[in-house]
Design a protein around this ligand. Structure first.
Ligand code: ADP
Ligand code: MG
Length: 349
């Protein structure tokens, strides 16, 4: 089912949690709501679910206005970060819960419930554990039970609020891969909240970047990463270097060097702050005339497959970071306090 949010605003007392938010989620997509804590992600999810009412705006499902419809009629499945399972119920009963509480007329038979729960247990790869209690499962297994419970009622879409937030890195990675697989299999529309840019980039077809109750940008992960709409998105999506430069004829002057720039805001000559990613810093041991600036290595961090350098420009004292592969690092034989020459790619102004 497609979801459309149109000009939604929501405040708590005097505080605006959402400001004129609009969003379109096509049927069958896996969409990430990405933003820092307090940016309004949970509020937006609760409004879509029908747990809260907006002051302004509307919410459409498949083009049909659902703004005033009760939560129970919306047929959404949701999983929250700390969505506790019923402790006194075993896994089978936890998953079956949504079906057993249905009014008699629409309630499936015992046999049907049995079959449904077993197929869901298989889907979330927990078959054989139906009779365990939540306390006998790991965190990752519990979140999969929560997902199975959300899926039991055959929701038209799934809303997941930081579903893996409380789990350790390794389990999170496993569950991410698993969620992507599940999405491929079910073809369900899924909106999931995360404050982790890597999680959003890895999983989502579309990423919605939120900040201070607003949508800052919507797009596929590479587009958001490579063509961020503004400085907030730029710095939220990854590490960023800032440089003072002069733009002239679409090129950037930094000290003695001139670099190409991705985009400039206006024509003519002016001073501006440029942004770039650390992995777009090219390191050389010898200067390239007019195309590099000298820098000193202040610190070297070995971070698994990549190496990060803390650098200081020798001409301006500006500090910045470079990231390079282990292999390139080994080739260059870099050492702390050494001087290198840097060429900057993909500078944006
Ligand atoms: P996120 O999920 O992105 O961390 P939330 O949607 O939970 O953000 O919250 C957005 C803002 O609204 C926060 O500043 C939060 O303190 C505020 N807020 C959320 N729920 C309530 C509430 N029930 N009462 C008052 N303020 C709230
Ligand atoms: Mg939240």
């Amino acid at each position: 089912m497609s979801i459309e949010v149109v000009n939604i605003s929501k405040s708590y007392k005097n505080f605006m949690a959402l400001r004129d938010v609009s969003l379109q989620i096509p049927e069958g997509e896996l969409v990430a709501l990405l933003g820092p804590s307090g940016s309004g992600k949970t509020t937006l999810l609760r409004l879509i679910a029908g747990l809260e009412q907006p002051e302004q705006g509307s919410i459409l499902f498949n083009g049909e206005d659902n703004t005033d419809r009760d939560v129970r009629e919306r047929q959404v499945g949701f999983v929250f970060q700390h969505y506790a399972l019923f402790r006194h119920m075993n896994i089978f009963d936890n998953i079956a819960f949504g079906l057993t509480v249905r009014p008699r007329k629409t309630r499936p038979s015992k046999q049907e419930i049995q079959e449904k729960v077993h197929s869901l247990l298989k889907l979330v790869q927990l078959d054989g554990l139906a009779h365990r209690y939540p306390s006998q499962l790991s965190g990752g297994q519990r979140q999969r039970v929560a997902l199975a419970r959300a899926l039991a009622v055959e929701p038209k879409f799934l809303l997941l609020d930081e579903p893996f937030g409380a789990l350790d890195t390794k389990v999170r990675q496993e569950l991410r891969r698993w969620l992507r697989h599940l999405h491929g299999k079910l073809g369900l529309t899924i909106l999931f909240v995360t404050h982790d840019q890597e999680e959003a980039m890895e999983l989502a077809d579309q990423v919605v970047v939120m900040n201070e109750g607003r949508v800052e940008q919507v797009g596929p992960p590479e587009e958001i990463y490579n063509r961020p709409a503004n400085p907030f998105v730029y710095s939220f999506l990854g590490r960023v270097n800032l440089f003072q430069g002069r733009i002239r004829d679409g090129k950037v002057q930094l000290g003695e060097a001139e670099f190409e720039t991705q985009w400039t805001q206006k024509a003519g000559e002016y001073a501006a702050v440029g942004y770039m990613r650390p992995h777009d810093v090219e390191i050389s041991l010898t200067p390239k005339k007019g195309q590099s600036v000298p820098a000193q290595i202040r610190h070297i961090s070995l971070l698994g497959s990549i190496v990060r350098l803390d650098l200081r420009r020798l001409d301006t004292d500006e500090v910045f970071e470079a990231e390079l592969t282990r292999q390139r690092f080994a080739e260059l034989q870099l050492e702390e306090k050494g001087t290198v020459y840097v060429t900057l790619h993909n500078l944006s102004f």
